[in-house]
Design a protein around this ligand. Structure first.
Ligand SMILES: *Cc1c(COP(=O)(O)O)cnc(C)c1O
Length: 497
């Protein structure tokens, strides 16, 4: 299938394997299908497929340069026994009135595994299909979950090195342990002195350093990116919306064809955009609820049509959503502006230079037809964890709690009785400090692994494979460097001449 950039005209069209290997378009835009797929399928048949076959089918609509056999093999490897649920994305029965779609049964306990178990498969086959014959160097700045999930996904992958930079002292204790404990000779996690923005800026600088890229090429290496703007990460996320719908039909929660709402805890807008794409592909979705934390730039945007990042940045108890520029929103704008790349480029430029932009009333109407938006403060997050727990003993993580709170508010204020699925993005064990405090009103005695064990003691449930692995792995020594020394370190890791 042909892909184009959201900010470029039709002179730069490329095929999906190249789009996946490149990650970001050179003009700064994001890759989108030139013609959005309009597949014909029987919904009842589709949603009855096992997860792996469902994934292969949906990926084939977008990435048809790969053979069906390649896609099925990829899906079988990506969604194999490293998951502790054979459903991959199991849907719960109702808790406090709503269903929860648990996306955290993979190896690093957060929903990014869904995409990052698949992306390495797609990249290595894309490299074969395009006869790349270079070592791929995945370079990433992370505030936590992307780093852990990329390292796990690419661990010991042939002809691939993964170099992750994270802010020293800026990731959660459990995330740190995951990054330093993940086995794999090709994995490198390095702390830099500074915050996440410093890490991100330095990584972008290295990506664009022409001399360094030339040196890399002379040594038969090339950079690639596993961040959530990569189309190879986005498309695999469409699958669980269909899988959730299937489980709901089969459990008798809805009739085939009946509409459902999905609430999505949102940061970079990748997860919820996949839901929007599912709807475009014909899945019966009524509303998509966009749930934010105190960094509620999207809540304001969906109310007023004005996107304004000129505001305080808060560190909250749902850190994966602490973000003021939601990159994947650009793909939604592209769609709602009828694929007008000139307008999208103009708005994105305004955002970069002035810090804000305003969409017109036609687009605002379209936004409000499809989306509802709300947010939760850290205190509301803790109260929501407790409310759901007191209902019937179900425990949710802080990110899921943001979505759960927003759903509850919306249902009380509106007359919308549509069955609703809350997308559950992390295991409560990944953020044990907050969850423990929410449930007991007491602080854990020590953060990190001891906190996890303390929460486990409180809940007395069975630890999943991913949580158990954390307990079993011995972490490497942490390495901290100055941002100025990043290129030198990369040269050393890659043995560049
Ligand atoms: C990344 C992440 C999110 C936000 O997802 P986006 O696709 O960036 O909107 C929410 N919850 C958790 C646990 C995450 O890791």
């Amino acid at each position: 299938m042909d892909y184009r950039s959201t900010q470029g005209d039709l002179s730069t069209i490329l095929k999906s394997p190249t789009a996946i290997l490149q990650g970001l378009a050179p003009d700064g835009g994001l890759y989108v299908p030139l013609h959005f797929p309009q597949p014909t399928y029987n919904l009842a048949t589709l949603i009855s497929l096992p997860y792996q076959q469902l994934a292969a089918t949906i990926l084939n609509w977008f990435f048809d340069e790969f053979t069906s056999d390649q896609l099925l093999k990829s899906a079988n490897t990506a969604y194999g026994n490293q998951w502790d649920s054979s459903l991959i994305a199991p849907l719960t029965s109702k808790h406090a009135g709503n269903y929860y779609l648990e996306l955290f049964h993979g190896p690093t306990l957060a929903f990014k595994d869904i995409a990052l178990q698949m992306l390495p498969q797609l990249m290595s086959r894309a490299a074969q299909n395009t006869q790349l014959e270079k070592q791929i160097v995945i370079l990433t700045a992370t505030s936590g979950d992307t780093g852990t999930a990329s390292m796990r996904g690419f661990s010991n992958q042939k002809d691939t090195q993964v170099i992750v930079f994270y802010p020293a002292g800026g990731v959660s204790p459990v995330q740190l342990r995951q990054m330093l404990g993940q086995p794999g000779a090709n994995l490198h996690a390095i702390a830099i002195k500074g915050n996440f923005d410093d890490a991100q800026t330095s990584v972008k600088h290295i990506f664009n350093d022409q001399a360094f890229n030339d040196r890399l090429a002379q040594n038969n290496n090339c950079f690639s990116s596993a961040n959530s703007m990569n189309i190879g990460r986005l498309i695999p996320q469409i699958v669980y919306y269909f899988a959730a719908y299937g489980q709901l039909v089969h459990a008798g929660g809805i009739q085939l064809g009946e509409k459902v709402n999905f609430t999505v805890p949102t940061g970079n807008f990748g997860d919820i955009l996949a839901g929007y794409y599912a709807k475009k592909l014909g899945l019966p979705i009524n509303k998509l609820l966009c749930a934010s934390n105190e960094n509620n730039v999207l809540t304001d945007f969906f109310k007023s049509g004005k996107y304004d990042r000129r505001r305080n940045f808060y560190l909250t108890n749902s850190p994966a959503m602490d973000i003021l520029v939601s990159s994947n929103l650009e793909r939604l704008l592209f769609d709602l502006y009828d694929e007008n790349c000139v307008t999208v480029a103009k708005l994105m430029k305004q955002l970069a230079t002035d810090g804000h932009y305003q969409v017109d009333s036609t687009v605002l109407n379209k936004l409000q037809e499809q989306f509802v938006a709300g947010f939760a403060t850290p205190d509301e997050v803790e109260a929501e964890i407790k409310r759901v727990y007191l209902n019937d003993g179900y425990v949710i993580d802080p990110h899921t709690a943001v979505a759960s709170y927003v759903t509850h508010q919306y249902q009380q204020q509106s007359h919308d009785t549509t069955p609703t699925v809350i997308v559950s993005t992390a295991s409560p064990y990944k953020f044990p400090e907050t969850v423990y405090h929410a449930l007991t009103n007491q602080k854990v005695s020590q953060s990190g692994l001891p906190a996890l064990q303390q929460l486990h003691g409180l809940l007395g449930d069975q630890l999943s494979t991913g949580v158990q692995a954390l307990v079993d792995q011995t972490p490497r020594q942490e390495k901290v460097i100055n941002p100025a020394d990043m290129e030198t370190l990369i040269s050393k890791i890659l043995n560049l001449k």
